[in-house]
Ligand binder design. Structure first.
Ligand code: FES
Length: 116
């Protein structure tokens, strides 16, 4: 599976801590910019809560990768490098953006040849 980054952008209207309350949406946008500038083609997926809100802003390299807690602008370079390493370690046959490409290519078209 192609790696991606999960970024919590959960916001609570209460006084309880939340990643968005600590600037996570801006950090997710900044991370996308830095990834692009670094030539690291990895998706940043916004999610709603890892359940460790007191430690936010939180991000995670997925699937199954490192958590990044208390993320700030200075931490984004570390995340970019982790993403670069994860992509480099991903087998070429798993690094496609289109996970269904091989299946789609093998499904016969029932309308071809035309019935006349
Ligand atoms: S609000 Fe981000 S982990 Fe809960």
């Amino acid at each position: 599976m192609r790696p991606y980054i999960m970024a919590c952008i959960n916001e609570r209207p209460s006084t309880r801590p939340s990643c968005a309350g600590r600037g996570s949406e801006g950090l997710a946008n900044a991370l996308e910019t830095r990834l692009k500038q670094a030539g690291v083609a990895i998706e940043v997926r916004r999610i709603r809560c890892f359940g460790s809100c007191e430690l936010g802003p939180n991000m995670r390299l997925a699937p199954g990768g490192s958590f990044f807690r208390h993320v700030d602008e200075a931490a984004l370079d570390e995340i970019v490098e982790a993403a670069r390493k994860a992509l480099a370690e991903t087998p070429a046959d798993e690094s496609s953006d289109d996970d269904n490409a091989s299946e789609a290519e093998t499904v016969p078209n029932p309308d071809f040849p035309p019935p006349f």
